[in-house]
Design a protein around this ligand. Structure first.
Ligand code: GTP
Length: 602
């Protein structure tokens, strides 16, 4: 069936985590008959195990649906799934750039939350028509009127006609589709123009090479066309292309307004970047679509195979992972303690966790991860600047003029009764007070400038515990500021373990040093001999303890993750000795490398 461009609707669903985005997507797939009820697996769009387990959406996916509206006309809908977490902001933004509209799902019991706002801003940046939808009205605690008022007051969108739905039961979901058909504009491009297709995702297929997901903004792409990736200048011939509905369907061409996949025997993984523009050599475009940027990772850590012989496997796994995730970066690194591995850069902490877990699960690797670090700007006395993403590579103090660290602007949305504890927490993390915004009678938005390195430590967990999980947190990079920073080394049995070095604020160094030594003492199992643990600043020992007692329960306090992280830790712990690394004469378990994170300064 041929459907005219005026009857195409490209849209995303955006929401704060857990407000029901995936559930709504499932219902829409069912309603449009894309999947039969029997085929319906819960949360079909979230295809990765890991996502399902964690209940977060990481990968983008796009499906083509046909929908016959109440006006009797048939529309072609492209539903583009966006990842929901702040770490994936760039991918969200790119996937939104492929759309003309966004369905904004707001939980009728929770109301507007931090990421609701963040996503709305991204949608506005991309000039999208935003359609609010109130979900979970089946819940006894639902208060749709209050939420409608919030959407109008906080976001400034008219919401009195927003569909009131239950994605769970399917109630009124059809109204969402009617809303999309009526209010989302058709794609604007022209099929006779030079071709411009936006890459918003890619994945690696071992038979066909890299599969690229695109939205054709202008012109068309056909099987056999020579295509060019405008940022990387690479040229390939299209072997196959098509759409997903959600099964893969092959087609002869993708025309303006369509969203689909392209296979072109792409073997070089470096050629494909999310956000880049594809054009054809027969109808070449002069300019790229706007918005492409290289991503700067915010958090780095070292990843090492437990078994050194698997270094090559780790490299291959990272290369493959990079295909579906252009924001991952890595380069070889060696550590005296851990051998050969990679320094990897991530967009944020969740991103790091997810990549690590996928590497272990999908590639059957056992990894040791070092504590995450941010990127410091180290200004030397000769006037030059070094970017330091690994504490071990910080030069000696006599060469350093000053060091700058990244600060983020943190917005914490919270019930008003937790404002006090949150301010105390932020203050203890070297935060600088900016503002408290009044949202409504019950809620406030607390804004602080905080060093990213403090968030990399145990900020999330602390925040959760001091607000009983009621606060939601969002951060964005602000700028670099000068701080009194220094490297703290940890010595085991007299040897510096490079993978345990951290960069710390001088005022906190003594306390942290002491706690880390204590913590390592708990975690590192008893050896055949007594092992001194020391913390040192520039060669000067500031804390010391000895390992000799029986091993204690590692879970008690180490690496204060949330429940799932603790479980992960427990599992790793069960595997026991396997995950040990012999460092000099001392066996160190994985937890030790993370323990330096969960340091209580109080
Ligand atoms: N009672 C009720 N529960 C719902 C409704 N819609 C979704 N849920 C539940 O809310 C939880 C979160 O729903 P998801 O669809 O996974 O939320 P999401 O926004 O996709 O979450 P992320 O993928 O983490 O961003 C699940 O347990 C759903 O079963 C609804 O209409 N009513």
């Amino acid at each position: 069936m041929k459907i005219d461009q005026s009857h195409i609707r490209n849209f995303s669903i955006i929401a704060h985590i857990d407000h029901g985005k995936s559930t709504l997507a499932d219902r829409i797939l069912q309603l449009t008959g894309a999947v039969s009820d029997r085929e319906m697996k819960e949360q079909l769009l979230d295809s990765m195990d890991l996502e399902r387990e964690r209940g977060i959406t990481i990968k983008l996916n796009a499906v083509q649906l046909t929908y016959t509206a109440k006006n009797g006309e048939t529309y072609l809908l492209h539903l583009i799934d966006t990842p929901g977490h702040v770490d994936f902001t760039y991918e969200v933004s790119r996937s939104l750039a492929a759309c003309e509209g966004a369905v904004l799902v707001v939980d009728a019991a929770q109301g507007v939350e931090a990421q609701t706002l963040a996503n709305v801003f991204l949608a506005l940046d991309n000039d999208l028509e935003i359609l609010p939808v109130i979900n979970k009205i089946d819940l006894p605690s639902a208060d749709p009127q209050r939420v409608i008022q919030e959407i109008e007051d906080i976001i400034g969108l008219p919401a009195d006609e927003a569909p009131l739905i239950s994605a769970k039961t399917g109630l009124n979901v059809i109204d969402v589709l009617e809303d999309v058909v009526k209010n989302v504009p058709a794609p604007r491009g022209d099929v006779s123009h030079p071709t411009q297709a936006l890459i918003f995702d890619s994945l690696y297929d071992s038979y066909r090479g890299v599969i690229v997901f695109v939205c054709v903004k202008e012109g068309k792409i056909s099987v056999g066309d020579q295509i060019k990736f405008m940022a990387s200048h690479a040229i390939y011939e299209v072997v196959e292309l098509g759409v997903r509905n959600p099964k893969e369907v092959k087609k002869d061409s993708l025309v303006t307004g369509e969203v689909g996949w392209i296979a072109a025997s792409i073997k070089s993984i470096q050629d494909v970047h999310v956000g880049d523009t594809i054009t054809t050599l027969s109808q070449p475009a002069q300019t790229q679509l706007p918005g492409y940027r290289r991503l700067n990772p915010m958090v780095y850590c070292g990843l090492y195979p437990v078994d050194n012989a698997r270094y090559k496997d780790l490299r291959e796994a990272l290369e493959k992972m990079k295909l579906s995730d252009s924001s991952l970066i890595f380069e070889p690194e060696t550590s005296q303690a851990l051998g050969f591995g990679f320094r990897c850069g991530f967009l944020g902490l969740l991103h790091m966790d997810v990549i690590e877990e996928r590497l272990e699960r999908e590639f059957d690797l056992e990894l040791i991860a070092t504590a995450p670090s941010v990127v410091y700007h180290c200004y030397l006395t000769d006037g030059s600047m070094l970017e330091i993403d690994n504490p071990a590579s910080l030069p000696g103090p006599q060469k350093i003029d000053h060091i700058e660290e990244p600060y983020v602007k943190a917005s914490i949305m919270t019930p008003h009764e937790y404002v006090g504890p949150i301010m105390e927490l932020c203050q203890s993390k070297r935060g600088e007070y900016m503002d408290i915004e009044y949202i409504d009678d019950l809620r406030r938005n607390v804004i602080y400038m905080i060093p990213l390195s403090e968030i990399v430590y145990d900020f999330f967990d602390k925040l959760k515990s001091c607000t009983k999980g009621y606060a939601s947190f969002d951060y964005e990079f602000d700028d670099y500021r000068t701080s009194k920073l220094t490297r703290m080394d940890i010595m085991l049995n007299g040897d510096v373990v490079d993978a345990l070095s951290t960069i710390v604020h001088k005022d906190f160094a003594y306390n942290r040093g002491r706690i880390i030594c204590e913590k390592l003492k708990e975690i590192i199992p008893k050896q055949m001999f007594e092992v001194p643990i020391q913390a040192a600043l520039q060669g000067k020992v500031i804390a010391r303890t000895n390992i000799k007692a029986m091993r204690k329960n590692v879970l008690a306090k180490c690496y204060g993750g949330d429940i799932s992280r603790k479980k992960k830790l427990l599992e790793k712990q069960k595997e026991g000795k396997k995950r040990m690394k012999a460092v000099g004469s001392v066996e160190i378990p994985q937890e030790a490398f993370m323990a330096i994170l969960s340091v209580d300064d109080d």
